[in-house]
Design a protein. Structure first.
Length: 282
């Protein structure tokens, strides 16, 4: 099956505002995404673009976005190319860009990049995942290490993966799929159902608390809370992360929604039926 591809656009264009993430996502139409029943059921798809107001406490401090930009082949594997950006000025300036390429059929990660600029700190990391050799490697230096699983997930891929599982209140889900062994197990506690009012509307939500064992967006020595819509879309409505460089942490509040086009036509029905694939032990 031949699928359309969006050009690989330089990050500098996005960050400079010459071409916004919304403009990239807006190119997708249903005619451009042929249905594929062999794809993993997932409520998201190309064209999905969520924007957020970023706050520290009650104060607006920046903006963020989470986008499924399109498809891309990574070493012969068809992937979703996804981007999360957070930028603003808090106690220090923050300009972070995370990109994840994960498999359309298995949802496993094939590549993950982090471009972080937080105050005086800046750094780029470019990870590639090679399950055939059970290794991860960094393209930006000579670092490498063992994969603990043949189906690895990175921080951003985990956000999308969580949207494919039932998220039953009172359950604690445990996964051993973080790409670094030191990051496992990842635990996800489903705390409660609630209601969240945002600029994008008012939503019934499912509140979850993820915890990784090492560095990343949701490190164990910090805290995090996520809220997903309690419907077949599982949109990320709210996120709070306790970042070490920003006292009190940073929260993201949904501002606007552009829905994507699920590849598997049964994706949302499967989610409502609680039959999403790939759930690990609970």
């Amino acid at each position: 099956m031949i699928r359309p591809r969006i050009r690989n656009l330089p990050v500098s264009f996005l960050m400079a505002g010459l071409l916004s993430p919304a403009a990239v996502s807006a190119q997708w139409t249903p005619e451009m995404v042929p249905a594929d029943s062999t794809a993993a059921p997932a409520p998201f798809g190309p064209g999905e673009h969520l924007t957020y107001n970023v706050k520290v406490g009650w104060f607006g401090a920046g903006n963020a976005w989470l986008s499924v930009e399109g498809f891309e082949n990574v070493r012969g594997n068809l992937t979703y190319r996804t981007v999360m950006g957070i930028r603003g000025r808090f106690v220090v300036g923050l300009n972070d860009l995370y990109k994840s390429w994960f498999d359309v059929h298995t949802l496993q990660s094939w590549r993950f990049t982090r471009d972080m600029n937080q105050g005086s700190y800046s750094g780029t990391r470019d990870y590639g995942f090679f399950p055939e050799r059970m290794m991860w490697e960094r393209a930006d230096n000579d670092e490498s290490g063992p994969l603990p699983t043949a189906f690895p997930l990175d921080d951003i891929a985990f956000l999308y993966f969580l949207r494919t599982i039932p998220l039953e209140v009172g359950q604690t889900y445990t996964f051993d799929r973080y790409f670094k062994e030191t990051g496992n197990p990842v635990t996800v506690e489903v705390v409660r159902k609630d209601r969240r009012k945002t600029d994008a509307g008012e939503f019934d939500v499912i509140v979850v608390r993820p915890s990784f064992q090492s560095e990343g967006l949701f490190s164990e020595d910090g805290q995090a809370e996520l809220e997903f819509t309690d419907d077949e879309r599982r949109l990320l409505v709210y996120m709070w992360v306790n970042m070490p460089v920003i006292p009190g942490g940073v929260s993201l509040h949904l501002e606007s929604v552009t829905e994507g086009i699920p590849v598997n036509p049964e994706s949302r029905a499967a989610l409502l039926g609680g039959t999403a694939p790939g759930t690990a032990s609970r």
